[in-house]
Design a protein around this ligand. Structure first.
Ligand code: IVH
Length: 671
């Protein structure tokens, strides 16, 4: 690769970091993993150290307040911070308690019920009563030193009080943003033209990890502590309820809403009580943590690969909020499908401000009969996209008209059709600007051809200026045409053209994913590339040839055939070939080679050293297979932090559960 001149690299990094920040904070739609983001910030810092003349006032390094920085010193946790197993229903609670009782030889232990605070976990060490260190959780083993920042949190004393201050105590808890303070923070950011935080948790995390504690001090963070990790000296607690009381006596903030439940019914009553009442609290909670009270019992119960057996995080059912629909807009996707989207008055829901929700398709919208002016219930569980669940009919304003799907495409004005048997309404114009834009966006995205420097705004600009009318035309872009455009210039133009040239060598699987065949995601694209080895061979494959591949179902086979059957698509391929885009190559090792040959894995939870996608790519690169559901054929389930129900299933089926280290060993052929 031709080395990029430092000035240009600097401009690109600044733009990328800004865009990533905006997607994260404003749209709550991060496209980069934290690691990728951090790597870019680190590169920028290094580049600026080497070339101080490149530092611009608008560089993210100059605005400490907006940038989660990685340069905080690392801290190794003496006692690792574990995460908790999740439960979502009364049955999950029953099952957990039953497992506990079995391991305690039939005795039902007392259980402490605590609210689960939605913030960021921290560990504080007090020596001789003085706060000497505060650290974030990090990956559980190593966190970041945030002592100066934590010292600015008024709820947390820098000196312990009370008659029996232990020689050393390490306490754990959650730093959070009280709702009111969060709203005030976002209001002032809005006034200052700064990007808004998507939710209180992000705001807490961002504020705690700032490099400049003077800024942290201005943020009204708070905290609750919920456990004792180490206690040296007399008076060590013997139960969790004692521990909480001891923390209170030391002057530390402990959430008062807790109960010691004697038996399953009492647990149920606490869960029931807080299901609704939590909304009246001035902070966010997303569940209840159940903990076996006696520390001796906790020790006896021990832990699995990742969680203590003595605790369970019960998550409340999805939160619902009501708001008013201000508009119903119709978006045109990359395949021309028209999707109605309800826009509403911003409302805080499950920790983030939501402004719109997809109505999926016309039928969905018609069934729910959502109208502009309606008050609707919106639901959101975990990180899922919000959805409109129902209309509050008694609050419908007079004269609200039923929504009609447009007869013409809102982007290009061409006619729309509803295909037989399909619920989707489609724009039939292949050069519809909305479709072109979406197709390009997908084609250049990170997981497809990975062309840097072509963000949404620029793609819009290219389509509007008539410089591109489809994927293939990207490859005819010239520096001379791009440079004079508003907000481009010689350097970005050269960079984008260079990136495009480089993308021609991305290989078959990324190409197959990028051209946007319905049903062909990243993984199917890899399978197809491996099996067929070239676009030509794939184009020749019949539906039977396709379904003969073990991971390809009839629906995908049909979609692939249909795609290659279209004249316009064949033309696109000819153009891409003409532009020099590589159309062959199996990209990855064929199955059956490598240390993981013949092994099947399922990934769950967040891994510390890599994203799940990266892990999947590594496993496949080593000849293994990654599937989405656990069965008896699964070699192992690889569990990261906050794993889902797959872990339960693995246990039920007796499938081994590996942590990341075991995966690493296996990848290197050491297991
Ligand atoms: S106890 C080994 N108690 O939830 C047990 N955690 O999903 C350690 N959290 O990482 C955690 N409120 O950040 C516990 N009352 C509470 C909690 C709580 C919030 C967080 C904590 C933990 C996460 C696990």
């Amino acid at each position: 690769m031709v080395p990029v001149p430092p000035r240009q690299r600097h401009a690109d990094l600044v733009a990328e970091i800004r865009r990533a920040g905006e997607l994260y904070y404003v749209h709550d739609r991060p496209e980069l993993t934290d690691a990728e983001y951090d790597a870019m910030v680190r590169e920028l810092i290094a580049l600026e150290e080497e070339h101080p003349e490149l530092v611009t006032p608008d560089s993210p390094t100059q605005r400490v307040g907006g940038t989660p920085v990685t340069e905080l010193p690392e801290v190794r946790h003496e006692v690792p911070l574990l995460s908790l197993e999740n439960g979502y229903s009364p049955e999950d609670v029953d099952a957990w308690l039953q497992r506990v009782v079995e391991r305690l030889d039939g005795r039902v232990p007392d259980v402490v019920c605590e609210l689960k605070i939605d913030g960021l976990s921290v560990s504080l060490v007090y020596e001789e009563g003085q706060l000497v260190r505060a650290a974030t959780r990090g990956d559980g083993a190593t966190g970041e030193d945030v002592t100066p920042n934590v010292r600015t949190i008024r709820a947390l004393p820098v000196e312990l009080t009370g008659p029996r201050v232990p020689r050393l105590v390490e306490v754990r808890g959650e730093v959070y943003f009280p709702e009111k303070a969060f709203e005030a923070l976002n209001r002032s950011r809005e006034e200052a033209g700064e990007p808004l935080f998507a939710n209180p948790r992000n705001a807490a995390a961002g504020s705690l990890r700032l490099l400049d504690s003077r800024i942290t001090a201005q943020r009204r963070l708070s905290a609750f502590l919920y456990s004792v990790a180490r206690w040296e000296g007399p008076g060590a607690p013997a139960t969790q309820s004692d521990a909480l009381a001891a923390l209170e006596r030391l002057g530390l903030p402990v959430n008062p809403h807790r109960a010691l439940a004697r038996g399953r019914e009492a647990i149920g009553a606490f869960l029931e009580e807080w299901r609704e009442k939590r909304r009246t609290l001035p902070f966010e909670t997303d569940g209840v943590v159940l903990k076996v009270d006696r520390l001796e019992d906790q020790a006896r119960l021990g832990q699995t690969a990742k969680f203590p057996r003595w605790a369970l995080a019960y998550k409340f059912p999805p939160e619902e909020a009501t708001t008013r629909v201000t508009a119903i807009v119709v978006q045109v996707g990359r395949t021309g499908v028209l999707t109605p989207v309800a826009e509403f008055e911003p409302v805080l829901l499950a920790g983030s401000t939501v402004r719109r929700a997809t109505l999926h398709n016309y039928e969905d919208l018609a069934r729910k009969d959502v109208r502009v002016g309606d008050t609707v219930a919106v639901e959101k569980g975990g990180d899922v996209i919000p959805k409109v669940t129902r209309v509050l009919l008694d609050r419908r304003p007079d004269g609200a008209a039923a929504f009609e799907m447009p007869a013409a495409c809102p982007a290009c004005g061409e006619r729309v059709v509803r295909e037989d048997g399909a619920v989707a309404v489609r724009c039939v114009n292949p050069s519809c600007p909305a479709q072109v834009r979406e197709a390009i966006r997908h084609f250049v995205s990170r997981k497809a051809m990975d062309v840097e420097g072509l963000g949404d705004e620029r793609i819009d600009q290219l389509v509007t200026e008539g410089l591109v009318d489809g994927i293939a035309s990207l490859y005819s872009l010239e520096v001379e045409r791009l440079a004079p455009l508003a907000r481009w210039g010689e350097k970005s133009a050269a960079n984008v053209v260079g990136q495009l040239a480089k993308s021609k060598e991305q290989g078959l699987s990324r190409l197959l994913f990028g051209i946007g065949i319905r049903e062909v995601g990243e993984k199917t694209a890899r399978t197809l590339a491996r099996r067929f080895g070239s676009v030509e061979e794939l184009a020749k494959a019949s539906e039977e040839d396709l379904t003969a591949v073990s991971e390809i179902g009839p629906e995908t086979a049909r979609a692939v055939r249909e795609w290659f059957g279209r004249q316009a698509n064949r033309k696109l391929l000819a153009q891409l070939r003409g532009a020099g885009v590589r159309m062959t190559g199996r990209d990855e090792k064929p199955a059956g080679e490598g240390p993981l040959a013949g092994k099947v894995f399922v990934l769950t939870g967040t891994l510390a050293g890599r994203t799940r996608d990266e892990a999947a790519a590594q496993i496949e690169g080593a000849g293994g297979k990654v599937t989405s559901s656990v069965s008896k054929k699964t070699t192992a389930v690889i569990a990261g932090e906050d794993p889902g129900s797959k872990l339960e299933k693995a246990r039920a089926l007796g499938v081994p559960v590996w942590d990341e280290e075991q995966l690493e060993a296996a990848l290197e052929g050491r297991a």
